[in-house]
Each structure stands twice: as C-alpha cells, then as structure tokens.
Design a protein around this ligand. Structure first.
Ligand SMILES: Nc1ncnc2c1ncn2[C@@H]1O[C@H](COP(=O)(O)OP(=O)(O)OP(=O)(O)O)[C@@H](O)[C@H]1O
Ligand SMILES: [Mg+2]
Length: 261
C-alpha cells in the first residue's frame, strides 16, 4: 500500500459485560485501509464485525488501541476532532429500517446529513441527484420508508450515506437481509458507485463469495481476532487457516473449536 492509510486501526480491543461474563468482542485487531482500496471483513455471526464497524465510525470506543482517520486519532474525546470523520466516513447497516426514520419522507432522510453537517449548496437538487444515482424512480423523495421495498429502502440508505460526499464507505452486511433476487443488484450498485466516485470501501459480510465479488483484500475475523489477511483471490484459492477454509465452504463453526475442523 502506497502512502498513509486513510483509515487505520491499531491493536484495538473491546470487551462487553462485566468481569464475571465478559465477552471479548475484539482482541488486538489492526487494519489499514488505503485510498481507493476495497477491504472485506469476513467472519461468522458474533465474530466482532459490527463492533469493529461501530468503533471505526466512533459510535463506540475501544478499551485499548488506536483509531486514526487521515492520520489523526479519533479517540481524543473532543467533539471537534470527529468532524472530518462524521463527514468523511459513512456507514450502511444491514437493516435500513434501523437507519431510516419511519416518520421522514425519503427526501428528508437523504437531506438530513446535509443539514446536520451544514453542507452548502442546493439540498433539494442534491437529493434528486442522489436518488437518481442509486436508481430510484422520480417522485421517490415524497414516499415514506414503509412504502418502499427492502431493496429500495437500502438504496435510500446508500443515497443518504453518499450525501455528505464521504471518502470512505463502510457497508455492514448491507445486502444480507435482502431477497436473493435483489441482493446482486444492490451489491452491483455499491460496487459501481464506489468505482465511479473513487471511494474507499470496507465491506463487511459473513459470506466469502460476496466479499470476493467486491473486494481486493480481505481480513478474516474469528472470535474477535484477525486470523488471516491478504489479497482476496489468494485467500480464496489457498486459505491458510482452517476457519477461513470453513467460511469458504460455508460451514458453520460457531460454538465449535477451530481445532476440530
Ligand atoms: N452492546 C453489546 N453488549 C454486549 N455484548 C455485545 C454488544 N455488542 C456486541 N456484543 C457481543 O460481542 C460479540 C461480537 O458481536 P458483533 O455484533 O460485533 O458480531 P458480528 O460479527 O457483527 O455478528 P453478526 O454477523 O451476527 O452481525 C458477540 O459475542 C456479541 O454478543
Ligand atoms: Mg454484525
């Protein structure tokens, strides 16, 4: 990777719960996202993927470690230090119902980050452009989330994420809840937009095949630890870790031990 990473995590750990029943959600996880890079994060349910995503966008703080955006720590605790991150790194979640306010019309939802971040310019026009860019029909801005299909709602969530012109997009299981028939469409839309806008991408999924479709490099999480990392084709063809091999074969191993595989 040439130059400074855009987004970086160094030896990040995060534990949930109290001493008696602590869950180590992340254990000394490091990652670097270069400019224009598409990094996949793969792991089964509970491996720590969403915890990692939430820490990267400062929705949550790690117990230990460092997180930097454009070379600067986001853990300083000053609200002001988070301004570049709030604009520059946007996230799409699995469930667009969770990220879209049901009381807001589509147009208001997409315009909201523009208002919140005080982005100058004609917001109405920008919303139109964004809705068009994600393939929603004219007039969609007047609808409410419940009037849309799952795929359309996820398109709205994508438009909203792109509104502040981020440099990094994080997609956390962004297509997992969609019908198989629309999954590929939304996946291709994300890949096209990332290409067209020159974004850097962190694409989180439990599905190695989906990761391979959109990413160049992949990091494999198992019970909060990075067990393998490298170019996605190389790892797909010759996984070095039995857990990775199991993920590629789509064999569930949660609750089992890697040594048993
Ligand atoms: N707020 C929380 N309080 C307590 N435990 C949590 C919390 N968030 C996550 N955990 C635990 O941390 C571990 C990692 O959870 P996380 O949601 O990051 O996994 P994930 O890889 O995103 O899983 P999934 O594929 O199901 O979304 C799990 O054991 C989970 O139960
Ligand atoms: Mg998750």
């Amino acid at each position: 990777m040439a130059g400074e990473p855009l987004l970086e995590m160094v030896e990040v750990s995060r534990t949930y719960g109290s001493r008696g029943r602590a869950v180590q959600a992340l254990s000394r996880v490091s990652l670097r996202l270069g400019e224009g890079e598409r990094l996949g994060i793969v792991g089964e349910s509970g491996s720590g993927k969403s915890t990692l995503a939430r820490i990267l966008v400062a929705l949550e703080r790690p117990d230990r470690g460092e997180v930097r955006f454009q070379g600067r720590s986001i853990l300083g605790g000053r609200r002001q230090d988070l301004v570049p991150l709030r604009k520059g790194v946007q996230i799409i979640f699995q469930d667009p119902f969770g990220s879209l306010d049901p009381r807001l019309r589509v147009g208001q939802s997409v315009a909201e980050p523009l208002l919140a971040l005080r982005v100058p310019g004609d917001h109405r026009r920008r919303v139109q452009q964004l809705l068009e860019a994600v393939g929603l029909p004219a007039g969609s801005e007047r609808l409410y989330p419940h009037q849309l299909s799952g795929g359309q709602r996820q398109r709205v969530a994508i438009a909203r994420a792109l509104a502040p012109e981020p440099t990094v997009l994080i997609a956390d299981e962004a297509v997992s809840a969609l019908d198989v028939s629309v999954r590929a469409q939304v996946l291709n839309l994300i890949a096209d937009l990332v290409d067209r806008l020159g974004l850097s991408l962190i694409f989180i999924s439990h599905d190695m095949a989906v990761i391979r479709h959109v990413c160049t490099r992949v990091l494999v999480l198992y019970r909060g630890e990075v067990v393998e990392e490298g170019p996605v084709d190389q790892i797909f063809e010759a996984p070095q870790h039995p857990y990775t091999a199991a993920l590629i074969r789509s064999v569930p191993v949660l609750g089992g031990r890697i040594e048993d595989l």
